[in-house]
Design a protein around this ligand. Structure first.
Ligand SMILES: Nc1ncnc2c1ncn2[C@@H]1O[C@H](COP(=O)(O)OP(=O)(O)OP(=O)(O)O)[C@@H](O)[C@H]1O
Length: 526
């Protein structure tokens, strides 16, 4: 949290100044009650009117300053929450494949929405409340010295007890907030999982599972929130109890000094006001501190990941080879590969039964999975010593998912990089998708909405066109033409297999007899 406050230290300082002015005026008006009451009891009408006017002006200034402070606080909170969002997204963008996939994508969504909503509502707001109330406490104590030193010292001691006592709830409060965050994650995750499976449930007449499965999660979320409310309520009971005792003590002492003649009668209103203001400020501050601390801890769960630029960067020169290569997902699933060599410019078909490890091999070749056993070499270098970005710059992968971003056709193809219209046109023609794009209302500038706008085959051809556009040295294609009709599949495969300098490794379940001759080697995994 501190980091985000410091990033906007100028504006935060301005906000503190505004809060000091607002609270200062509030305290001064309390102090003015002493002369006001004394003027009244002594029938000094003119002085009484003067002081009422001064108080009126002070209240107007206080309202204006308070309004400015409120707007500035909202603005700063949003800026700081966006800074946290940017830091989370920076870490996510710096993750490697395994780090990213150690969480579900819905968990990331929950971090950026649910967690940050909690930080926004309970984190920053409470820190501002702490500052505001510390100022109020200091000014009120200063004002109390105007009454009597014994009252001031007693007030301070009682205030310290009130501030420290609720820390016994800190641990429980932190756990309660962490629990809410966890329940939010699993609620978001299950909601997303079952809602995206709507079609399947609908066609099997089981949409009732939507309610059953998600209900469990929001019931758990409700319980976690009630649990936090209970901890908070118990803490507030303790604070409130101490608040009342402290206020009664100060009012009692002020009364005693008035009766013994060392304070004027006007002091009773000021004593009551100041002690009320002091202990209410402490009460708010302590509650805010506890909530801010518990919610601030949410930030600790986000991993801070720097970009890893280590490893050898190079261009593919000659061959990829392996021997004794084994990959273990877990104790039940170990895949052992035969030795192989993929040479520059050659074309390979990868076939084998479902589950034999074809997709896993492509993930090893593009550097997604790094914890393999045995030897895997990229030219003369060990895969484990390569820089992953450099590998990506040598390899294009077309996987089975054909993800479509909610963006224009052009941006889906270029991923924001610069290509000429001619390059884009050629790539889409080769992937047999240019006719479809030209018929769209805005052509390459048509905005696609996820995969909804495209058929499986069209989405697949768009992925192939992207790979052709990026024109890297090695093409890894995982069932890249499986959704295409026979004619289009043949045309696209012909284009890919005729690229002279490119190394192509293509997983296929439907190796056509007439295509076999286009491959230099057919590798079967068992
Ligand atoms: N993320 C994972 N966690 C655990 N096991 C996995 C994971 N991904 C794959 N496996 C297992 O590894 C084995 C190989 O899977 P892989 O997807 O590489 O096979 P495949 O040959 O491509 O299959 P298919 O032809 O059905 O696509 C399978 O037994 C699979 O269950």
């Amino acid at each position: 949290m501190k980091k985000y406050f410091l990033k906007h230290k100028g504006l935060n300082l301005l906000l503190i100044v505004l809060l000091v002015i607002q609270t200062g005026i509030n305290t001064i008006t309390s102090l003015l009650l002493i002369p006001m009451m004394n003027f009244l009891s002594n029938h000094k009408q003119e002085d009484f009117i003067k002081i009422v006017i001064i108080m009126g002006v002070l209240f107007i200034v206080m309202i204006i300053v308070g309004n400015l402070a409120q707007v500035l606080q909202a603005d700063l909170t949003q800026r700081q929450v966006n800074d946290i969002r940017e830091d989370i997204l920076t870490s996510v963008s710096n993750m490697d494949y395994e780090q990213f996939h150690s969480h579900k994508s819905e968990e990331y969504v929950s971090w950026l929405t649910n967690d940050l909503a909690m930080v926004e509502a309970e984190g920053f707001k409470n820190y501002y409340s702490i500052i505001e109330n510390i100022v109020a406490i200091i000014l009120t104590v200063a004002a109390l010295t105007q009454l009597n030193w014994t009252i001031t010292i007693t007030a301070i001691i009682l205030g310290i007890i009130m501030a420290v006592a609720p820390s016994i709830f800190d641990k429980k409060m932190r756990k309660a907030v962490e629990n809410i965050s966890e329940k939010n994650e699993s609620f978001t995750s299950i909601s997303n999982n079952y809602l995206t499976g709507f079609d399947l449930l609908f066609h099997n007449e089981r949409t009732v599972l939507l309610i059953e499965k998600i209900k469990n999660k929001y019931e758990e979320l409700k319980d976690s929130k009630v649990k936090q409310a209970k901890v908070q309520a118990a803490m507030m009971v303790l604070i409130l109890f101490l608040n009342i005792i402290a206020q009664m003590t100060i009012i009692g002492m002020t009364g005693y000094y008035i009766l013994s003649g060392s304070l004027t009668v006007g002091a009773i209103m000021t004593g009551g006001n100041l002690s009320g203001s002091l202990y209410n400020s402490i009460q708010i501050m302590v509650g805010a501190y506890s909530r801010a601390k518990a919610n601030g801890n949410i930030l600790d769960k986000y991993p801070v990941i720097e970009r890893d630029d280590s490893g050898i960067s190079k261009d593919f020169d000659n061959l990829i080879s392996s021997n004794n290569l084994t990959y273990k997902y877990n104790d039940k699933s170990t895949i052992t590969y035969p030795s192989f060599t993929f040479s520059k410019g050659k074309k390979y078909a990868l076939i084998g039964a479902s589950g034999s490890g074809k997709t896993t091999l492509l993930k090893l070749l593009i550097g997604d999975l790094r914890k393999y056993q045995g030897n895997l070499n990229f030219d003369n270098d060990l895969y484990s010593e390569l820089n992953v970005s450099s590998l990506h710059n040598n390899i294009s992968i077309v996987d089975q998912s054909s993800h479509i971003f909610s963006d224009t056709v052009r941006n889906n193809l270029t991923l924001g990089l610069e290509f000429t219209d001619q390059e884009i046109k050629e790539a889409t023609e080769k992937a047999q998708i240019s006719d479809y794009i030209n018929n769209l209302e805005d052509g390459y500038d048509t905005i696609l909405k996820d995969t909804g706008d495209l058929s499986g085959g069209q989405a697949q051809r768009l992925s192939l066109a992207r790979a052709l556009l990026f024109n890297r040295n090695i093409f890894l294609i995982d069932e890249g033409t499986s959704s295409l009709d026979k004619e289009n599949a043949r045309k696209v495969e012909d284009t890919i297999l005729k690229m002279k300098d490119k190394t192509v490794i293509m997983i296929t379940h439907h190796l056509r007899e007439e295509s076999k001759k286009d491959f230099d080697q057919i590798i079967e995994l068992r």
